[in-house]
Design a protein around this ligand. Structure first.
Ligand SMILES: [Zn+2]
Ligand SMILES: [Zn+2]
Ligand SMILES: [Zn+2]
Length: 132
């Protein structure tokens, strides 16, 4: 039998904080949320927990246009894409059949297998445009 992981409570705390936080957040922002809630947890531990959670696909991770790693607890299981508001962080889950088909076709044409892709769209949502 496997021993329980050493950082279980930290990982659970990070997971819980992420569930409560809408939209994508950076490890630093999440660290602040945890500290504000009185959780004593190091930033490095938050990074590790997030890496672990995104490996198990409980958590979505993506890179913002300015190269920051962002995380979000995701209601939609399995492979999918996101449409994210650059101003308020509002996020829509997208399935993109066209992208999946195109990926398979291009892979087949070039004789590639096991192709992975990351497609996330950033823009300004309707609400933010209205208040701008
Ligand atoms: Zn998602
Ligand atoms: Zn917005
Ligand atoms: Zn896809």
């Amino acid at each position: 039998m496997q021993q329980p992981r050493r950082n279980t409570w930290q990982r659970e705390a990070v997971r819980a904080a992420l569930v409560q936080t809408p939209g994508f957040v950076s490890a630093q922002q999440l660290h602040q949320v945890l500290r504000d809630a009185g959780t004593t947890i190091g930033l490095a531990t938050v990074y590790r927990a997030l890496a672990g959670l995104s490996e198990t696909e409980e958590v979505d991770s993506l890179q913002s246009p300015d190269g920051e790693n962002l995380f979000r607890f995701c209601a939609m299981p399995g492979h999918h894409h996101h449409l994210i508001c650059r101003a308020c962080g509002d996020t829509r889950e997208l399935s993109a059949t066209v992208v999946e088909e195109w990926t398979r076709r291009v892979g087949a044409e070039h004789g590639f297998s096991d192709i992975e892709h990351v497609v996330d769209l950033f823009g300004i949502c309707e609400r933010c445009r209205a208040t701008a």
